[in-house]
Design a binder for this molecule. Structure first.
Ligand SMILES: Nc1ncnc2c1ncn2[C@@H]1O[C@H](COP(=O)(O)OP(=O)(O)OP(=O)(O)O)[C@@H](O)[C@H]1O
Ligand SMILES: [Mg+2]
Length: 450
């Protein structure tokens, strides 16, 4: 009960004591200029604009110019004209997640968008733009998290509280690998942010790919590509907020986001509207400041709480892995999973390029035997891929080099091991056992030539 009282008191303290309002002075593109209250506003504050047709349009302050506050709307601008009243609302946006959010689809404001009626609210408000826990109070990454995808479990083992990026060009299988994680991973709770997805795809993803079992332990935060940049950006923040709620309940949360690139693009649109000059590829400096602020919120919690393991997809534009967003995200995270178009083209899914992917916690969390297995398999892939061209052309003569002969022998089985159907579940132990059995078979003529 005292908890509830404290919540209520906090709530009352956050209520504004006076109502401030200004007036719309101009509208340019999507940007609304407000005069009258600019002295009371700061960047990130919220206003409600009363449109002529009676709607209220929520807006956020994104900057100031020549004595006016610049606002962007969360919705459409219809009905907003000169002189419309703009009321200042509570500044820090909050969500009130609860356990009953599991199985639901919400928007960036925490409102249900799955047509299953209103969503119950928890009794504690969580800020949408929270700070990550202080670095020195955070625990270290925990034990292994079973991701249910063989290629990742063995070659790119992920620990609880680790943050990884999934990098791929368009249509190489980012969303599909996420749907596998939702269904097959052993996380207690999964929070999925679908940011800037096409509406049709988001629906197919939720209805077909997640399935009932996946949905039962998941919360989906959705902002489709037609929504305003503020909504898309806030959906990314809200995803982390919901994950933080479950982390504070002591759960080991898997937080997935598709995609970080669309979050960066939303931030770029917001900053450009506010007049910030672009830096690299049109991305503004704020984009590169916001990325770590978002991604750092995933990770281990403080003592006594759970953890947020984060897997974030990055759309690599034009398959250029050095484009600025990929570069920035790679530097922030604890590992990257690269999906390769050439692998997808030969129909091996998930198209993980083992040699170009890294998990930075990897050697520490494995046993020596597991590390040895993985290293041997990596070595075989490296040797084979170095020689692949010659082998395919028939220019390599069997018997010229024992390592290459062995690689030719093992490679098809390893490729087969890395492939996994969407609906196929597997676990950590099964992965290592399978890899072990592959590497235990001896090349047929090894004894003859040796
Ligand atoms: N595990 C898999 N098994 C079979 N096919 C797959 C698998 N993963 C991906 N694909 C194929 O690749 C296509 C694209 O996959 P997906 O939509 O996941 O890519 P994406 O990287 O999310 O694309 P986008 O950049 O458009 O969001 C799928 O329609 C499917 O045909
Ligand atoms: Mg996709």
């Amino acid at each position: 009960m005292s908890n509830l009282m404290a919540t209520l008191i906090g709530e009352i303290e956050r209520l504004p004591t006076e109502r401030l309002f200004g007036r719309v002075a101009s509208v340019r593109g999507l940007v609304i200029e407000i005069g009258g209250v600019q002295g009371n506003l700061s960047v990130g504050d919220r206003c409600q604009i009363m449109a002529r047709d009676g709607r209220t349009v929520p807006c956020e302050v994104v900057g100031f110019r020549s004595g006016c506050a610049l606002l962007l709307p969360f919705g459409g601008l219809d009905g907003i004209g000169l002189g419309c009243r703009a009321e200042l609302t509570e500044s820090a946006p909050m969500l009130r997640p609860s356990d009953e959010w599991l199985g639901r689809v919400i928007n960036a404001f925490g409102e249900a968008v799955d047509g299953e009626g209103p969503i119950p609210l928890g009794d504690r408000a969580y800020p949408v733009r929270a700070q990550p826990p202080p670095a020195h109070q955070r625990q270290r990454v925990g034990g292994k998290l079973d991701l249910g995808v063989r290629a990742l479990n063995t070659f790119l083992t992920c620990c609880q509280g680790q943050r990884m990026g999934i990098f791929a060009g368009s249509g190489v299988g980012k969303s599909t690998i996420l749907s596998m994680l939702i269904r097959h991973s052993h996380a207690e709770v999964v929070v999925i942010g679908l940011v800037g997805e096409r509406g049709r795809e988001a629906r197919e993803f939720i209805e077909d790919d997640l399935g009932e079992a996946g949905m039962a332990r998941s919360v989906v935060v959705l902002a489709t590509s037609d929504e305003s940049p503020l909504m898309r950006r806030q959906a990314a923040y809200a995803t982390l907020t919901v994950a933080e709620y479950f982390r504070d309940q002591g759960k080991n949360v898997l937080c997935l986001m598709d995609s970080i690139t669309r979050f960066a693009m939303a931030q770029r649109e917001i900053s450009l509207s506010a007049g910030e000059p672009p830096a690299s590829k049109g991305y503004t400096p704020t984009v590169f400041a916001e990325l770590p602020r978002l991604l750092e919120r995933a990770g281990p919690g403080v003592a006594g709480s759970g953890s947020i393991t984060g897997l974030f997809t990055v759309l690599v534009e034009g398959d250029d892995h050095n484009e600025p967003i990929s570069d920035a995200v790679r530097g922030i995270l604890d590992g990257h999973i690269v999906l390769d178009r050439s692998i997808a083209e030969r129909n091996r899914y998930p198209a993980v390029n083992i040699l170009r992917s890294v998990s930075r916690t990897m050697p520490m969390c494995n046993t020596d035997e597991q590390n040895a297995l993985v290293n041997t398999a990596r070595q075989i892939i490296t040797t084979y891929e170095d020689m692949a061209e010659l082998i395919r052309l028939g220019a390599y003569r069997q018997g010229s080099n024992a390592d290459v002969d062995a690689a030719i022998h093992y490679y098809p089985a390893i490729e087969n091991f890395l492939a996994q159907r969407k609906d196929e579940a597997t676990d950590l132990d099964a992965g290592y056992a399978k890899l072990r059995s592959i590497l235990q078979t001896r090349p047929p003529d090894a004894s003859e030539s040796g």
